[in-house]
Design a protein around this ligand. Structure first.
Ligand code: FAD
Length: 345
């Protein structure tokens, strides 16, 4: 049962439609949903969204384990309502206008270490990091522009996150918590260094004490099945390392990890029944070929794929049509996008 609650009224003449956009969310994400009469409740990884249809408005109640998760749920509500044809804004019973979002941890760089030819490990220190241990593996890295003092996002009067703009705008890519201090004093993330990457450039210049924001945690936890197959590239190595370490010891399966060079291999904890397959681009390694030739058990299985976006789209189609896996048996994500070549004019 959650400990933080927030209520809102969603005005508007078409309350059935308001409920419908949340029902769609539940169906898309295959969330646990309870519907009775004019009420609907959804269980998300960060907490519960409950809606009750009234005469002239929908009453909304959000419940979560802490303020950060409550705020994350609130932002889900905004994103969902924005999909309506005539979007409506909820009226919250309380907004901390001007405060820092509770999902934001303001941290400072302690060290940047080259751990292998193409990976740099960044250790940050801060005061509110313990909550990144659960509720998702990922976070948004908020990088102030080089040479600019950071201007952090704030909570707007309507409850939405207000992002700094113009010269204060931040680069906000998603990264994965690789490891953290059980006491919450430090957190590590691994950066795959690549040509033209703004984070890559930042790691070259980030001096101890440099400010950086972490917004999260976000995303789902690892797979939950007796047999798993994980496919991921360099950017997914931190997430795969976390998931493999968290799998029950009895789990069977395979993990295929595509790296620039095998010198980037890491020592990973994993169940004895899960075989690791390290592959390198330099010797023709290819995640989609590995996926195509993987045999799957009939039941109690889960396939996870993360890498370049176009490859992820191909993997998603393969898993659906060739492997005929159901949605709850897969998780496929594009972690980065290859730039599309400019079309000649
Ligand atoms: C859920 C999730 C978790 C992630 N976790 C991690 C993580 O732990 N570690 C990690 O390194 N990455 C991770 N990524 C990927 C990372 O967010 C992207 O690679 C992001 O684009 C990096 O930003 P950048 O500033 O380096 O590049 P940008 O400045 O955004 O892009 C610059 C150029 O680099 C290209 N580019 C971006 N990524 C790559 C790449 N991997 N290889 C080659 N070219 C690239 C872009 O197409 C663009 O042309 C994760 C992504 C997601 C969605």
């Amino acid at each position: 049962m959650g400990v933080a609650t927030l209520r809102a009224r969603v005005p508007g003449p078409d309350q059935a439609r308001t409920l419908a956009v949340f029902r769609d969310l539940g169906q898309q994400l295959e969330l646990t949903m309870v519907e009775s009469g004019h009420s609907l409740s959804l269980q998300l990884p960060s907490g519960e969204i409950a809606l009750k249809q009234g005469k002239s408005e929908v009453a909304l109640t959000l419940t979560a384990a802490n303020d950060a998760r409550l705020y994350a749920l609130q932002q889900v509500v905004f994103a969902r309502l924005a999909r309506m044809q005539d979007p409506v804004l909820p009226v919250w019973d309380h907004v901390d206008t001007g405060a820092l979002p509770p999902t934001l941890a303001v941290t400072q760089v302690e060290t940047v270490t080259q751990i292998s030819p193409n990976f740099r490990r960044v250790r940050v220190v801060g005061t509110d990091l313990r909550r990144f241990a659960e509720g998702g593996l990922h976070f948004r890295l908020l990088l102030p522009r080089l040479g600019h003092a950071p201007v952090w996002p704030r909570i707007g009067a309507d409850g939405r996150t207000e992002w700094p703009e113009g010269a204060d705008a931040m680069h906000r890519p998603v990264y994965t918590v690789r490891a953290m201090d059980p006491g919450g004093a430090w957190l590590d993330f691994d950066v795959f260094v690549h040509e033209g990457g703004r984070v890559t450039d930042w790691t070259l210049n980030a001096a101890p004490g440099a400010w950086v924001g972490l917004m999260g945690p976000s995303g789902r936890e690892g797979p939950d099945a007796g047999w798993v197959a994980l496919f991921g590239d360099d950017t997914a190595l931190p997430a795969m390392a976390r998931m493999l370490a968290d799998l029950p010891a009895t789990t069977q399966g395979h993990a295929y990890i595509l790296l620039e060079t095998l010198e980037d291999q890491q020592v990973l904890s994993h169940p004895a029944g899960v075989t690791l397959h390290w592959m390198s681009r330099q010797t023709g390694g290819d995640l989609l070929s590995a996926l195509r030739s993987q045999a799957l058990p009939e039941t109690d299985r889960f396939v996870w794929f993360a890498g370049e976006s176009a490859q992820a789209a191909t993997a998603r189609a393969l898993l659906k049509t060739d492997f005929t896996l159901l949605r709850h048996e897969t998780s496929v994500s594009g972690y980065w996008a290859q730039p599309t070549p400019a079309t000649p004019t």
